[in-house]
Design a binder for this molecule. Structure first.
Ligand SMILES: Nc1ncnc2c1ncn2[C@@H]1O[C@H](COP(=O)(O)OP(=O)(O)OP(=O)(O)O)[C@@H](O)[C@H]1O
Ligand SMILES: [Mg+2]
Length: 286
C-alpha cells in the first residue's frame, strides 16, 4: 500500500445538467448526451502527503478534483481512496451527521465563495470549532495567534453575515486550522485578500501543515503563491493530463506556458482579471 493520502484509480467523472448533485450519482445513470460534461476519464493519480497547489487553466478540473478527493463528489466509475477508504462510503454524509463527522475528521473543505449565516459571533465560533474539532492537544495561544495574524481581532464580535468578503475568507481559513481534519481542501481560498494578507495566510497554513502533519491541497490562480507556498504542485495541462511533482521541479516557465497556452507575462494580467471576476461573482450572490 502506498503512503499517499488520496488515490484516484481509473476515475471517470461527468456533470449532468447544471446541477453538480446530479453528476454525483455513484453509479450515475446517463441522461441525454447533451446534458453531460465529461471532466475526467480514466484518471489515475496519487496526491502526496504535504502541501500541494492545483494550477491550470479555467475549466481544467481543479475544483472537481478537490471535490472528488474530499468526498464531496463521487466518481461515476473507478475509485477514489481517501486514507484507505473508498470515498463512496461517505455518499450518505449529506443526511447523516454521524457519517458527516467521520468524513470531516479525515477531510474538511473550504469551498470557493463560501457563504453562510450564523447566530454566534466569530470569536465564539472560533472557540467552539477549536474545542469541538479534532485536535488531540490544543494550545491556548493558537487562537490568539490566528486572530492576530489573520487580522480578525476587530471582528470577533461580528457574525459571518456582517463580514466583508476578505474578512470572511480570513475567518474561514482560521476555522479550517482550528477544526483539525487530517486533510484540508481549499478551493481559491484567498482571492479576496490583500496581497500581503495572502502571503501571511499561506505562511500560517504551511507552518501549520508542517507542525501538525496535516495535508493541505489548494487551488490558486496566482503562480507566485504556488511557487512560494507549496511543496508539490498538480499542473493541469488538461483534465486528462494532470502532472504532479515537487514544485521545485515542475515550476518552470516552459511547463507553465505549455499548461496555460499563454506566455508567462500575459498570465500575470490574466490572474488579475480572474480575481476581479471572482470578486464580482461573490458580490452578485444574494
Ligand atoms: N456544476 C457543474 N455543472 C456542469 N458542468 C460543470 C459544473 N461545474 C463544473 N463544470 C464543468 O466541468 C469542467 C471542470 O470544471 P472545474 O470547475 O472543475 O474547473 P476549474 O479548473 O476549477 O476551473 P476554474 O479555474 O475556473 O475554477 C468545466 O468544463 C466546467 O465547465
Ligand atoms: Mg475552480
Amino acid at each position: 500500500m502506498s503512503n499517499s493520502p488520496v488515490e484516484f484509480a481509473n476515475v471517470d467523472f461527468f456533470y449532468t445538467g447544471n446541477d453538480p448533485e446530479l453528476g454525483a450519482q455513484p453509479e450515475g445513470g446517463l441522461k441525454a448526451a447533451e446534458d453531460v460534461t465529461q471532466v475526467f476519464s480514466e484518471l489515475s493519480l496519487e496526491l502526496p502527503d504535504g502541501v500541494m497547489s492545483l494550477v491550470g487553466q479555467n475549466g481544467s478540473g481543479k475544483s472537481t478534483l478537490l471535490l472528488l478527493a474530499g468526498a464531496r463528489l463521487f466518481p461515476a466509475r473507478g475509485t477514489v481512496t481517501l486514507l484507505g477508504s473508498d470515498t463512496r462510503m461517505f455518499v450518505g454524509a449529506v443526511e447523516d451527521p454521524e457519517l458527516e463527522q467521520r468524513r470531516n475528521e479525515l477531510v474538511s473543505f473550504v469551498y470557493q465563495n463560501m457563504e453562510f449565516e450564523t447566530h454566534d459571533s466569530i470569536g465564539d465560533l472560533m472557540e467552539f470549532v477549536y474545542e469541538n474539532g479534532f485536535h488531540g492537544d490544543r494550545s491556548p495561544s493558537f487562537l490568539g495567534e490566528l486572530q492576530r495574524t489573520l487580522e480578525l481581532d476587530g471582528v470577533l464580535e461580528k457574525r459571518t453575515q456582517q463580514l466583508s468578503k476578505g474578512q470572511l475568507q480570513r475567518a474561514i481559513i482560521a476555522f479550517s486550522m482550528l477544526y483539525g481534519s487530517r486533510i484540508i481542501m481549499m478551493d481559491e481560498p484567498v482571492f479576496a485578500l490583500e496581497e500581503y494578507q495572502k502571503h501571511r495566510a499561506f505562511e500560517l497554513l504551511t507552518d501549520f501543515a508542517a507542525r501538525t502533519g496535516t495535508s493541505v491541497y489548494y487551488s490558486v490562480h496566482e503562480l507566485e503563491l504556488t511557487r512560494k507556498y507549496s511543496q508539490y504542485m498538480a499542473l493541469f495541462y488538461s483534465s486528462d493530463t494532470v502532472c504532479i511533482g515537487p514544485t521545485e521541479e515542475l515550476y518552470s516557465r516552459e511547463n507553465i506556458e505549455e499548461a496555460y497556452q499563454v506566455p508567462m507575462d500575459m498570465l500575470h494580467r490574466k490572474e488579475g482579471l480572474y480575481r476581479e471576476a471572482l470578486l464580482k461573482l461573490s458580490k452578485q450572490k444574494p
